[in-house]
Ligand binder design. Structure first.
Ligand code: FES
Length: 65
């Protein structure tokens, strides 16, 4: 399911970033290029907490090593 129309980002893309350890708002915004004012409407950077929730939801399910 797409969660960002401007960048064509899917929930699975954010979950994959979370699995790779990218879970903080700034790193997620950078990785997904959500600060690109020419190609983004600004909705997703305002709601970055939803991206963080998706990324951390997946990573918190992993077994600690
Ligand atoms: S819908 Fe994600 S930045 Fe516009």
């Amino acid at each position: 399911m797409f969660i960002c129309i401007c960048k064509g980002i899917k929930e699975s893309d954010v979950r994959e970033l979370g699995q790779a350890g990218v879970t903080c708002p700034k790193k997620l915004a950078d990785a997904l290029e959500l600060n690109d004012k020419q190609q983004c409407c600004g909705r997703c950077i305002k709601n970055i907490s939803k991206f963080v929730a998706l990324a951390t939801e997946e990573s918190s399910c992993r077994t600690p090593q």
